[in-house]
Write a protein that binds this ligand. Structure first.
Ligand code: GDP
Length: 477
């Protein structure tokens, strides 16, 4: 694989001429329009203090990976929390309750704005940032794009309804992301509430809560009666302390788009969660394939602010166009540079859209071989519970010492958007047995390069996986 010096410069947000100079020092006389190989590219990237991050063999994406901050520069930052759970189990009610004055310090001013995330200031002055867009797709899709913004997941389970399909999905998404979870057993005010049954059912999904002598924190709440909220907040703080969350506020800002829209009056608006550095009015930036200069920053209470530091969500005005959720924002030195990088990314996006090459099972295996990976993730969907169980147990049997199949998620029913985003985030193919993907799921699969494999005979399914393993991983499989 090769890349032109100019392309590489664009991706690193550096000047082409500087790269040419560095190459010259390394004994290579090339112009910005000439190509260099991958090894030379990696050498240059390291030389410029960036980290190499290969998204695929042919693509080096450096958008967010600039030099690490030194430990002394790091300061504590607020945890970023996402609430997940089954529909109607009270995610929105809980978000609203946590936002209310019950736990917050009763900060003056401003009217609540739904900008995709909000921050509460607690009575002890510490802060927690909540992502206001509950939904597994948002969570997994961001993760698939390398935007791991969530530090802690709160799993909401209604005590009267118990574990439902989306609860299990949320558990699997959270596990796949390796994010710590706190279980909020909601609606305990209801007469038919049975929190203990929730805890027991969670065991079946390897979520062992404290009450069952495990290490997953759990708390009984009522979003309606506003009970248990202080305790929930305490548990979030405890979990956050364990994570030792830190960031350097004193540098050019980097962040992630949580939400973006075209506003009639204000033009393109993006809610950005700052990861590190401080974003200020007047800063020039690249965000995904768009660029801009911060015209105004608006906080979650609708107030204009001059700056936003780590873990602070703000609406950013002054964008050239509407970016996508999960897009990285990066402050750069000037507008020409910002436009250049944005234009380059637009051309890459265009290429990707026209190319659309979903990964095959075979290429999955060869990628796996390259990585020397020991786990082979799969998502399995089938028409009946019996088929699901039969397939999962057969897949487990063909695992070898070198490679272990791991079913990330399995379930009865057609392949949904959520299945695809989960699979995409973990580079897993999806096995459909007597079921197919819906249109939206197919579209996302193409976009994320997720392989969809359909079977109607279990033997064929197992045989193909086994053949793939034998072919790519040696005869012992
Ligand atoms: P979401 O779909 O998970 O966001 O759920 P909502 O927050 O929209 O809540 C669904 C329904 O459950 C609404 O009618 C809420 O009023 C109700 N609800 C939410 N929390 C509680 C609770 O703690 N107790 C009771 N009794 N009802 C609740």
């Amino acid at each position: 694989e090769t890349i032109t010096v100019q392309e590489l410069a664009n991706r690193m947000a550096e000047k082409g001429a500087d790269l040419v100079k560095a190459l010259f020092k390394m004994g290579m006389a090339v112009t910005v329009n000439q190509t260099i190989d991958q090894d030379t590219a990696e050498l240059l990237i390291t030389e410029f203090g960036h980290n190499v991050k290969r998204v695929s063999e042919s693509d080096i994406d450096l958008s967010l990976d600039t030099a690490e901050d030194s430990p002394e520069a790091l300061e504590p930052r607020a945890p970023v929390v996402t609430i997940m759970g089954h529909v109607d189990h009270g995610k929105t009610s809980l978000l609203d309750a946590l936002r209310g004055t019950g736990v917050a310090s009763g900060e003056a001013g401003g009217i609540t704005q739904h900008i995709g995330a909000y921050q509460v200031t607690l009575k002890d002055k510490s802060k927690i940032t909540f992502l206001d867009t509950p939904g597994h797709e948002a969570f997994s899709e961001m993760r698939a794009r390398g935007a791991d913004v969530t530090d802690i997941v709160i799993l909401v389970v209604a005590a009267d309804d118990g574990l439902m399909p989306q609860t299990i999905e949320a558990i699997n998404h959270t596990k796949a992301a390796n994010v710590p979870m706190i279980v909020a057993i909601n609606k305990v005010d209801k007469e038919d509430a049975n929190p203990q049954r929730v805890r027991e059912r969670l065991l079946e999904h390897e979520v062992i809560v404290e009450e069952m002598s495990g290490d997953v924190q759990d708390v009984e709440v009522s979003a309606l009666k506003k009970t248990g909220l202080d305790e929930l907040v305490e548990k979030i703080q405890l979990q956050a302390e364990l994570l030792e969350l830190k960031a350097n506020p004193n540098r050019d800002a980097e962040g992630i788009v949580i939400e973006a829209k075209l506003d009639k009056g204000r033009g393109p608006v993006a809610t950005v969660l700052v990861n590190r550095g401080t974003l200020r009015v007047g800063d020039v930036f690249v965000v995904g394939a768009e660029s801009g200069k911060v015209r105004a920053l608006i906080d979650d209470k609708g107030r204009q602010v001059k700056e936003a530091g780590p873990s602070v969500p703000v609406e950013v005005l002054g964008l050239s166009g509407v970016p996508s959720a999960g897009d990285p924002l990066q402050v750069v030195e000037n507008e020409a540079r910002a436009r250049e990088v944005a234009e380059y990314r637009q051309s890459v996006l265009l290429q990707k859209r026209t190319a659309q090459a979903p990964a095959s099972l075979e290429s999955m295996f060869s990628a796996l071989k390259d990585k020397q990976a020991i786990e082979y993730p799969l998502v399995v969907k089938a028409d009946t519970q019996g088929s699901v169980e039969a397939i999962v147990s057969s897949i487990n049997k063909i695992s070898t010492d070198d490679i272990k199949a791991r079913v990330l998620h399995s379930g009865v029913g057609g392949i949904t958007e959520s299945d695809v985003t989960l699979a995409g985030a973990s580079g897993a193919p999806i096995i459909g047995f007597n079921v197919r993907a819906n249109a939206k799921a197919r579209e996302i699969a193409v976009r994320q390069g997720v392989a969809l494999k359909y079977y109607d005979i279990i033997y064929d399914l197992i045989d193909e996986i086994r053949a793939g393993m034998a072919g790519e991983l040696g005869p012992e499989a």
